[in-house]
Write a protein of this length. Structure first.
Length: 361
């Protein structure tokens, strides 16, 4: 049996390589072998390309298919992934952190990356018939409850865990500081490109919120845990009538140390329309806090503090929309997704008077 090496191109995947990967992961019997595989592109990733491989075996059968995630084929998106260490981060998550948290994520058979490049592959279980959430359409309150529960399952096990500092790839403080410095200038370019699709509240609130990002990102102001960083519907797979787990979280490229409520605010700030969000957000944040305290034993963290961190993080989806839309390759769906994120998040920040809360911290 061979030791699998890095295969960074979808067309370079062979039956022998998949055999080696699955043998190495203990996913198939010693006398099993992949004899053929058929590739189909799936997903709507901005910085990665996902390909499903339907597999046929000789000998005892194994997984009927796997999904391989590669670096983006778009030069601008690949460059962004390299610069922001997205590819290294996802590989490190599956190798070093996934087994220490309770969040529902794909079973990973193999992950490898050539540092400083977009040469990367993550081989995962195929989660079909689950279906990807739709950032543009949004979700139901029931789906939001599932997402909030998964946020607690990610954050709770390593809440304020000092040993997370030993995982140096989780520390994005310097990167976030640089990001905060350039964001006000990026806002101008963002508005120049998208003005006609931005709501009045977004145009009014955006400049101030971008200026306040440096305060929000101050690592001294909150207990930290491992947060997803891009916790949104496009990075979630939901069960269908045909089956699947209730919810699985994917795309771990932006994992970092941060305040847990940031993932919650990021999600609720773009997954629900304003009216629906207003009707349920406090209850959902309470649900998240209750899971941390009751299930994971988080101490010295009153709900008022959780709520304040949630409100302070309410511009998170707007901030990501500004930054990501200006550095990744542009697509029609990407534009529509970024506008949904920006407009819903800006409205949320306005509803909650986020600037006042941020300045008071």
């Amino acid at each position: 049996m061979g030791t699998p090496g890095l295969v960074a191109e979808p067309g370079a995947v062979t039956a022998q390589w998949l055999t080696d990967v699955l043998h190495d992961a203990g996913a198939i019997a010693d006398d099993a072998a992949v004899v053929s595989c058929r590739a189909t592109s799936i997903g709507t990733g901005q910085v990665g390309d996902n390909v499903r491989y339907a597999i046929h075996y000789e000998g005892p059968p194994g997984p009927g298919s796997v999904v391989c995630k590669f670096g983006s084929r778009d030069p601008a998106s690949a460059a962004a992934g390299i610069q922001m260490l997205l590819y290294e981060t996802e590989v490190a998550f599956y190798r070093e952190l996934a087994h220490t948290v309770d969040v529902s994520c794909p079973l990973c058979f193999f992950a490898a990356v050539e540092q400083g490049t977009a040469n990367v592959v993550v081989v995962m279980e195929d989660l079909s018939p689950a279906e990807q959430g739709d950032q543009i359409v949004g979700c139901t309150v029931e789906q939001a409850e599932l997402a909030i529960d998964e946020a607690a399952k990610l954050h709770g096990p390593r809440w304020a865990d000092p040993t997370l500092a030993e995982l140096h790839w989780l520390d994005r403080d310097a990167m976030n500081e640089g990001f905060s410095a350039v964001l006000p200038r990026m806002w101008e370019s963002f508005v120049d490109r998208y003005r006609s699709a931005l709501d009045p509240v977004t145009l009014e609130a955006g400049p101030e919120l971008c200026e306040l990002v440096s305060i929000v990102n101050d690592p001294r102001s909150f207990p930290r845990t491992a947060i997803h960083g891009d916790f949104r519907l496009d990075n979630m797979l939901f069960a269908t009538a045909a089956g699947g787990r209730p919810l699985t979280v994917v795309d771990w490229q932006t994992l970092q140390l941060g305040p847990g409520p940031r993932d919650v605010a990021y999600f609720l700030g773009n997954a629900l329309g304003p009216e629906v969000r207003r009707s349920c957000e406090r209850r959902l944040v309470e649900r998240y806090h209750r899971a941390l305290v009751d299930h994971y034993g988080v101490e010295d963290y009153p709900f008022d503090q959780c709520w304040a961190e949630y409100v302070a993080s309410s511009p998170a989806s707007l901030v990501m929309a500004v930054f990501a839309s200006m550095v990744v390759g542009r697509t029609d769906r990407g534009d529509a997704m970024f506008m949904a994120m920006a407009n819903r998040s800006a409205q949320m920040a306005a509803d909650l008077d986020a600037p006042s809360v941020i300045r008071s911290n």
